[in-house]
Design a protein around this ligand. Structure first.
Ligand code: AMP
Ligand code: ZN
Length: 123
């Protein structure tokens, strides 16, 4: 655990979080500043790397567990119409917490659909 890492503190219960699911090595909890009707963060409980940029094939097992829990949460949260998994790397992409995590986003109405991903026009 990194002593100044917010998500390490969440993982050990030192900072309270709205936990929606967990597996042996992965935790899913609601983002405090949601960017979609449903916004859940998927993190490894251990601080294995700072971002997806540092992942290697050695991390295959924990990544599989993260993706499996993400799909479980999507089912429990009724996101069957569609959902996204996003991971920011670096300040220009908006990364603020340097503990591997995926944003699970969904819950948009099927009529309007999800917002487009940002493009070069900043849309
Ligand atoms: P990123 O900006 O991609 O590094 O994502 C970090 C996310 O963590 C942001 O969406 C924040 O709103 C969220 N966040 C920060 N602190 C907490 C916390 N204590 N509980 C839940 N979400 C948090
Ligand atoms: Zn950490």
């Amino acid at each position: 655990m990194s002593s100044d890492c917010i998500f390490c503190a969440v993982a050990v219960g030192r900072i309270p979080a709205d936990v929606v699911a967990e597996s042996s090595k992965v935790l899913a909890f609601r983002d405090i500043n949601p960017a979609a009707p449903t916004h859940v963060l998927i993190i490894p409980k251990r601080h294995i790397v700072d971002s997806v940029a540092d992942l290697t094939s050695d991390h295959a097992e924990i990544l599989g567990e993260m993706f499996e829990l993400a799909a479980d949460v999507a089912r429990v949260e009724d996101l069957d119409e569609g959902w996204r998994l996003v991971s920011n790397v670096g300040p220009a992409a908006g990364q603020t917490v340097h503990h591997l995590h995926f944003h699970l986003l969904g819950g948009w109405s099927t009529d309007t659909g999800a917002p487009r991903l940002p493009d070069e026009r900043g849309g």
